[in-house]
Design a binder for this molecule. Sequence first.
Ligand SMILES: Cc1ncc(COP(=O)(O)O)c(C=O)c1O
Length: 476
Amino acid sequence: MISFYNSVKNMKIDKSAKLIARLEARYRKKTPKSLRLFREAQKVMVRGGSHSIRLFSPYPFFMATADGPYVRDLDGNAYLDYWQGHYANVLGHNPKVLEKEFRRFDPEHGSLHTGFEGESQVRLAELIMSRLGYRDHKIRFTTSGALATMSAVMLSQALTGREGILKIGGGWHGASPYLLKGVNFRGSEGFGAADSAGIPPAMLRATHVTRFNDVDRLERFFKKSGDKIACFIVEPFLGVGGFIAATRDFLQAARRLTEKYGAVLIFDEIITGFRFCPSGLQKLYGVEPDISTFGKLIGGGHAVSAVEGKAAILEGKGAKSKIKAKFEGGTFSSHPQYMRSGYVMLKYLFDHAGTVYPRLAASGDAVRTRVEAAFRAEGIEAHCTGRGNDVVPGSSLFMVNFPRTEHAYAAAEDVWDPALSDVRLKEDILKIALLTEDVNVVHGGGAISLAHDAAAIDRTVDAYAAAARLFKKYLF
Ligand SMILES: Cc1ncc(COP(=O)(O)O)c(C=O)c1O
């Protein structure tokens, strides 16, 4: 067996350039209509699209239709898709259960926004709150994860009268200026730096970054600066940072320290909410945060997110700051069709929880194990993150990493430090290699949906095996 750890040191840049050129030529050949549309888009749209993560190199394919595990592009290619609406579509693309609902819903209520309070939001709120099971909590809906986490931070600052924010290196909470630190995934300087222009310097100084799953460091931080911290925001299962489960100790320490120093504990469950179990992951950990944020699948494929938490904090009671946080909502807050869609999606998950969650976990297990084996068969060491732990029984998330050294994957640094893992191989080369095999991944993997059946998983593993053979031939 070729030792990946050793051979990667000798991997020559020109070798990968030859492979990329070959893969791009294959991709261009199958996607001429997408290229044409991308050129048109570039003339009028920033970098040719609406979200940087969708604009991969050499150019994105443009979708025509999507159903179940597949997305079809303008040229008629059908890709097995693991992006699934930025991980929102846990039932797969355009699931029948929602389509049916729309047909029923449209004639009755009209599907466009009206700007009034409606019943569907109350029903969705009740459904979510019944699963969280807190007596003194409330919820408010908004339209993006970034807005939800921003509001959570502002509410914490109002409550405590402090400015400091503590977050995780590699913790992505959306493009809110408060939280754009520690998310420079492809940078070589680690997770300490600012990641965007336009953030007021005082705000940047007030945002601190710590390492996921590092209890000692968290304790040291709170001992030194805990009395200046308004909130600690953390995902119970790190998302784009690497699909890594928090240890029980880490989240318990987070709860204990925030309580001790009078800071607000925010769990960002925008990816994790209702994906692992019919509730938030917080229920599995048995840790009650002060505020949670939800998004992605609570809108059933629509722009819905939510701030949930202790009613007193959300309603601005007992705030130490002189004025309340503006937690008002926006034009498209609680669009009735979106609310109804979220309700139908969650209800489906809850009604079928006994089969849905074990199946998602089993699919995740199968993909992670078999993809690692496919690379190992070619003598290449691949490590799939996304596994559960003693708290999280399993997960539908997977991210393929190529370790340069033997090391644990406990925090985002282990995944994204180019000295530890070959980030370029995962992000750029694997992406295009799999596209030529009709599989779409982001960060080397993605989110398995209920629409990904055994045949889809077999085809996916075959695609990774084909990529592994190419890597061996060209790179090692
Ligand atoms: C954990 C987490 N929080 C917040 C966000 C931001 O959500 P949005 O893209 O809707 O602003 C994301 C988006 O991927 C996320 O993964």
